[in-house]
Design a protein around this ligand. Structure first.
Ligand SMILES: Cc1ncc(COP(=O)(O)O)c(C=O)c1O
Length: 302
């Protein structure tokens, strides 16, 4: 099963090494692309592979394409089918990170809006770094892009230079990851994940108008906190010093899943990998793999 042998490329399953884009394409010159990251989870008890929130990710991709003014006839069903046909072809028996990318595929003026291409690649993927011990974070001196500059709420690839600079700086300074503040000085998010803190048993997360990505997993976690733990998440502006004084914190997202934050700017979280974060991780693992049968509508069986 090596999943990297194949790709879904403009409607066909082709050899991985043939999934190529011309060097003069608009995407190469102007970053005219949007994408989704999706996880699929292997349930070894049942020998089944489930894609988590395939419909929601594919729906968001449609919105990203429209917002970036790309002209495309692809709909959510097309993107879902791209993932499913690739996975049915390569038959993986492991957890995966899947990337759907849509790009402007012509010879490249800045205002080119069509034709668009679509590629889906599935890569074997384990738990994120720090899943058990937690990560150290640095409040970045880079500011999160805001909605007057770039559409921070969607997955437009050009946005990622902002997060990349912040994470490169954090790594050079000896931290695992960065935490970006927005242009109002409030907590936004990490370069590829949303942020929650817990204080006195109450989970808190920044609003969707804080220049964060409108994260599918953030919404899922807000739902799960209420449903599984009877906890209302406070969705509001978050100050930097609230983070320093939190009991627990974690990142969430497709790549991050639920990654505990051990410290921010060397202020240790009072409870390290806290009880609530651990309980959420356990619930997360059970639901995403289908070991817990709650929310079958969140999982697509391959
Ligand atoms: C910048 C950014 N923030 C947050 C997230 C989390 O979003 P989601 O839960 O939809 O994967 C991501 C993607 O994983 C991201 O790239």
């Amino acid at each position: 099963m090596p999943p990297l042998t194949k790709a879904f490329f403009n409607g066909k399953i082709i050899p991985y090494q043939d999934a190529k884009i011309h060097a003069n394409a608009a995407v190469f010159k102007y970053a005219t692309a949007v994408f989704e990251g999706i996880r699929a989870y292997w349930n070894s008890d049942e020998s089944k592979l489930y894609v988590f929130k395939l419909v929601e990710h594919s729906d968001r991709l449609v919105k990203s394409v429209a917002l970036m003014r790309m002209k495309s006839a692809f709909d959510s069903a097309y993107y879902q089918d791209g993932v499913m046909s690739l996975l049915r072809d390569i038959k993986p028996v492991t957890d995966l990170h899947i990337r759907q990318t849509v790009w402007v595929d012509n010879d490249g003026s800045m205002w080119a809006d069509s034709p668009v291409g679509c590629v889906v690649i599935a890569t074997p993927s384990g738990r994120p770094a720090g899943y058990d011990a937690g990560i150290s974070m640095q409040v970045s001196s880079w500011t999160r892009i805001n909605d007057q500059i770039m559409p921070a709420r969607i997955k437009c690839i050009a946005n990622y230079h902002n997060g990349r600079l912040a994470s490169m700086q954090a790594r050079q300074d000896g931290y695992d990851n960065a935490l970006l503040l927005n242009s109002r000085g409030k907590v936004a998010e990490a370069p590829g994940a949303c942020f929650f803190l817990v204080k006195n048993g109450v989970p808190v997360t920044p609003t969707v108008t804080s220049d964060i990505l409108e994260s599918i997993n953030r919404a899922t976690i807000i739902h799960l906190f209420k449903e599984q733990f009877g906890l209302d998440v406070e969705v509001r502006d978050v100050d930097r010093t609230e983070v320093y004084m939190a009991d627990e914190a974690f990142l969430c997202g497709t790549a991050a899943e639920v990654t505990p934050v051990a410290s921010v700017d060397r202020f240790p979280m009072k409870k390290g990998r806290g009880d609530l974060t651990r309980a959420l991780q356990e619930k997360w693992e059970a639901i995403t793999t289908g070991k817990d049968k709650a929310h079958p509508e969140w999982r697509t069986l391959v």
